[in-house]
Design a protein around this ligand. Structure first.
Ligand SMILES: Nc1ncnc2c1ncn2[C@@H]1O[C@H](COP(=O)(O)OP(=O)(O)OP(=O)(O)O)[C@@H](O)[C@H]1O
Length: 974
């Protein structure tokens, strides 16, 4: 083999290990017997024609005619022929063929016709009865004609027909088994549905049992009477229809149940939705409440904070002001202290001066009072003298009266009168002097009183000054005390005390004033009294003058009055003395209190000094406090600013949140309303639907009851059917057994046929050469066509287009495939040869030709080939696997694949993995296992796809590349 030729591309080796079968061509007697038995079995269906067949067996001509007629009948019979499949007669036995058979029977049919029949798919499509009829005819013919000897081509046909029948029988058996299984499954299904229906119907078991019994009784009828089978069939059909109706009803019911479930789910969902809505609402309310509370709390906090801050601010401002005031007060206090010092000094001076003056005045007053006292004593003495004189006057008056009484009697009244007049004159003069003296005294008293008033005024002025001073001091102290309450409480108490003292002083002064006023009024009264007395005295004197007669009496009266007045005046004088003593005492008390006040002032000075020291300390503290205050103020300002910004932020945030929550709330309320509306409409819809469903359920319950009854009857019918099917199956089993026996016998016949077939192949030639001419490719010159003639019998005439004068060269092949030949056509020609592999024959197909001539195309197909474009390899594998699968019940084929490449005169294992290539050699084919290249990897395969995968692997391991003529060259070269 040259390097250029590629055996694997052109040839792959399928080396099956087929079962060893007898290959000798034996007698056909056994086959004939078997086929006769088959004929008997299947012929029963054809009726009494069987008898006719055997009756006319001796007459060969008649038999043939009979066979042809029977075949015609068989093939054209509407009962036997399968309506779905095309008639065999239409394809296999054309009218001319049938006519030919009429003349000579099957044996007379030409070989090409028989091979056409065998090749074509007519046998596959023909009804089984027709095939049996054919077998029957052939067997009859063979028996009639040649004592069991069948011509080879008829035997081939017979074998093919029998294979087909066998296939159909097996498929029929499988079909029956499937049907049986299907029936069983259906029965189980129906039983389960019946159980469901029974459960649904509930409480109807008694009725069911009754119905069951009834149906049982009914069901026994078909067993009793076979003639009623047709009726039963009709009944079965009706029941099946009812069953179908029941199934549809059940489906409807299931739909209704599903709808009800959906409704329940919907209701549940709606409830859940409502719950969710309520929950959401609650949550929203809760959130709203929380938000409100939070808002309220924050606002409150904010307000509290603001209030606290304001308070703090006010407190700070107040404390600041206080501190400022305190500072100013302290400063004022300092000034006041200085002023106070000055004032104290001034006051001390004034007090000293006042004291001196007062002492002087006091001494003067005492002296004056002493003088007055003396004067008063003198006046009293004078008064006593007056009283004495008045007494003397009275005595005189009495004596006068006595004298008058005597003179009246003695006439010396005149003298007495003169004496009385003198006494009166003296008394008047004395009286006048007294009056003058009293007036003088009165003037003196007025003057004294005036002096006293001046003194009192001066004292008052002094006291006023003192009070003013005290007031100023007190005011200042009070101010300082008020302003610095915390630091000078003591001072305040002192000031209060001083103020009290001042008030006491004022009260005392007022009292003194009042006393003075009282004295003054008393004095004025006295004066008035004196004036009135004086007037009275003048009046008296006038009266005395006017009424001389009444003088004595008047004198007496006036003297009495004067005495009384004198007494009263003396008494008043005593009162005045006592008042003066009292005033003295008061003055002394005043003096002592003044001294006490001075002492107090001295102690106050000490306090003032202490206060000054305190003030200095306070000033430093105030400075420190001021600094602290400023720092605190700044801190407070920053803190307050921070708080304000935070409060504003919190406020904004809260407002934003409130808005969001409000929006959410609105949204949720809106959604809730929508949901409520939707749920309402849905509830209404579902209520309506529920009513409909309830009605429907009622109807369905009724239907279910009916159905239950029907189902019971159907079950019964099904059981009957099952029984019948079992019987039929049993019959079929028997038939199958017979067929199996026949098949076993047939295998022997088949073996013989195979031998015959292979002999035919051998006769045809073990080595066949086909020629395939590929069409022109795009870009190729169609003018350079060298094919001149393609004959039907494999003739091929080629000419050289450049040397047309030379004429064509003739070639002969087994067959020549033209450019229009399809892949399928090529395969169909090779298919029988490939199938003989399954009979244990070795088959080798290889393609040969120059590069680009179409070897790969023929064997593999084009790249990414469709099923239609599959090459011989794929088709052969498909066919082999199909047959092996079809025969798997009878025989097991083991298919293995080897793939090798001859490259550079070396054999390479293409399925040997990626490792180093081991040396493999071609062995003699007479090896026990018949493998030519035993060292190459053997891969078992079960399907075409596995082979394709292996071939792809092998192709991947090949040493090939594009040639100048073929860019997809499969040649082993690099
Ligand atoms: N019968 C056919 N119909 C259509 N196209 C074809 C046919 N035969 C071959 N071809 C095309 O011709 C080209 C060459 O064919 P292919 O690769 O099969 O040649 P080859 O003989 O295998 O070449 P090589 O020996 O180099 O591998 C391909 O493009 C193929 O598709």
């Amino acid at each position: 083999m040259s390097a250029g030729s590629a055996l694997p591309s052109s040839g792959w080796a399928c080396l099956p290990s087929a079962p060893s079968t007898s290959r000798g061509l034996g007698q056909m007697t056994a086959v004939v017997t078997c086929i006769l038995a088959l004929k008997d079995r299947f012929g029963s269906r054809i009726g009494e024609e069987r008898n006719v067949t055997f009756l006319t067996r001796s007459d060969s001509e008649g038999s043939r005619k009979y066979m042809v007629a029977k075949l015609q009948r068989v093939l054209t019979s509407p009962i036997m022929s399968e309506p779905s499949t095309p008639s065999l007669g239409a394809d296999l036995y054309s009218p001319s063929g049938v006519l030919q058979m009429k003349q000579g029977g099957f044996a007379d049919l030409p070989g090409c016709k028989i091979s056409d029949l065998m090749k074509s798919s007519s046998l596959d499509n023909a009804p089984t009865q027709s095939l049996l009829g054919v077998v029957n005819s052939i067997v009859d013919e063979s028996i009639d004609r040649k004592n069991g000897q069948i011509p080879y081509r008829i035997a081939c046909l017979l074998r093919k027909v029998i294979v087909e029948i066998e296939r159909r029988m097996s498929s029929q058996a499988g079909h029956i088994r499937n049907q049986n299984n299907l029936i069983k499954a259906r029965e189980e299904k129906y039983q389960s549905r019946i159980r469901v229906l029974e459960a649904l119907a509930g409480g109807q078991s008694g009725q069911t049992h009754m119905e069951k019994d009834k149906l049982k009784d009914k069901g026994q009828l078909p067993e009793e009477d076979m003639a009623m089978s047709m009726k039963c069939q009709e009944e079965v059909a009706r029941l099946m229809k009812e069953k179908e109706d029941m199934v549809t009803l059940l489906k409807e019911k299931e739909d209704m149940v599903r709808l009800l479930k959906e409704k329940e789910d919907m209701v549940r969902l709606l409830k859940e939705k409502d719950d969710i809505v309520d929950l959401k609402k609650g949550k929203v309310e809760e959130t709203q409440q929380i938000v409100d509370e939070e808002k309220y709390r924050l606002l409150k906090e904010k307000d509290d904070t603001i209030v606290t801050l304001k308070k703090e601010k006010q407190e700070m401002v107040r404390s600041l002001k206080e501190k400022e005031d305190m500072v100013s007060l302290l400063m004022a206090k300092e000034d006041m202290v200085d002023l106070k010092k000055v004032m104290v000094e001034e006051r001390q001076r004034i007090i000293d001066e006042g004291n001196d003056r007062l002492l002087k005045e006091k001494d003067d007053t005492i002296f004056r009072f002493t003088k007055e006292k003396e004067e008063m004593v003198r006046l009293l003495k004078e008064k006593e003298d007056i009283i004495r004189l008045m007494k003397e006057n009275d005595d005189v008056v009495r004596s006068i009266q006595k004298e008058d009484m005597v003179n009246s009697e003695n006439g010396s009244i005149k003298d007495k009168k003169q004496t009385t007049d003198d006494g009166n004159d003296r008394l008047i003069s004395e009286k006048n002097t007294i009056v003058v003296r009293l007036t003088e005294e009165k003037e003196e008293m007025i003057r004294l009183l005036k002096e006293k008033e001046d003194t009192i005024r001066l004292m008052k002025e002094k006291e006023d000054n003192k009070a003013d001073l005290k007031k100023g001091t007190v005011r200042n102290i009070k101010q300082s005390t008020d302003e610095d309450t915390d630091t000078s409480t003591k001072e305040k108490s002192d000031i209060i005390r001083l103020m009290k003292e001042n008030e006491d002083y004022n009260n005392t002064i007022m009292k003194l004033k009042l006393d003075l006023e009282a004295l003054k009024s008393l004095h004025e009264e006295n004066c008035e009294l004196l004036e009135s007395k004086k007037e009275d005295i003048i009046k008296l004197l006038a009266d005395k003058e006017d009424n001389a007669s009444m003088i004595l009496q008047l004198k007496q009266d006036s003297l009495t009055k004067e005495n009384e007045d004198i007494l009263r005046l003396m008494k008043e004088k005593e009162d005045g003395n006592s008042i003066i003593a009292k005033v003295k005492l008061e003055m002394e008390a005043l003096r002592s209190s003044y001294e006490e006040a001075c002492k107090l002032l001295e102690s106050k000075e000490g306090d003032v000094v202490r206060l000054l020291a305190d003030k200095e300390d306070n000033a430093s503290v105030i400075l420190q406090l001021r600094q602290e205050l400023e720092a605190t103020k700044r801190l407070h300002e920053t803190h307050s600013q921070q708080l304000e910004t935070r409060a504003s932020q919190v406020k904004e945030e809260l407002e934003h949140r409130i808005k969001e929550v409000e929006l959410m709330l609105e949204d949720s309320i809106k959604r809730k309303r929508e949901l409520e509306e939707v749920s309402k409409s849905r509830i209404q819809f579902w209520e309506q639907k529920g009513i409909v469903v309830n009605q429907f359920v009622g109807l369905q319950v009724q239907n279910v009851q009916d159905l239950r009854l029907c189902s019971v009857s159907v079950r019964h019918e099904i059981l009957n059917c099952q029984k019948r099917w079992l019987e039929e199956l049993a019959g079929l089993g028997e038939n199958l057994k017979a067929v199996t026996n026949a098949a076993e016998k047939y295998h022997a016949a088949l073996e013989e046929n195979r031998k015959l077939f292979n002999e035919i192949q051998e006769l045809k030639g073990n080595i066949r050469v086909y020629c395939r001419i590929r069409p022109f490719q795009p870009g190729e010159d169609e003018g350079s066509n060298s094919v001149e003639y393609i004959g039907d019998n494999g003739e091929l005439v080629l000419t050289n287009p450049t040397k047309q004068k030379e004429g064509g060269k003739n070639f002969t092949f087994n067959k020549v495939f033209g450019p229009t030949t399809t892949q399928d056509m090529v395969f169909k020609d090779i298919q029988p040869l490939i199938r003989s592999v399954l009979d244990g024959y070795n088959v080798c197909i290889f393609a040969y030709g120059q590069t680009g001539s179409g070897k790969t195309y023929t064997m593999m197909g084009p790249e990414k080939a469709t099923e239609k474009e599959w090459g011989v390899n794929y088709r052969a594998l498909n066919d082999l696997f199909n047959i092996s699968h079809a025969r798997r019940d009878m025989i097991t084929y083991e298919l293995t694949v080897q793939m090798i490449e001859i490259y550079n005169e070396q054999i390479r294992d293409l399925l040997g993995g990626g490792g180093a290539q081991k040396k493999i050699g071609i062995q003699n084919t007479m090896q026990p296992n018949g493998i030519a290249v035993p060292d190459a990897t053997i891969c078992p395969v079960n399907s075409t796809s596995q082979v394709i995968d292996l071939m792809q692997t092998g192709h991947g391991n090949r040493a090939m590349s594009a040639t100048a003529l073929n860019e997809r060259s499969s040649r082993s070269h690099r």
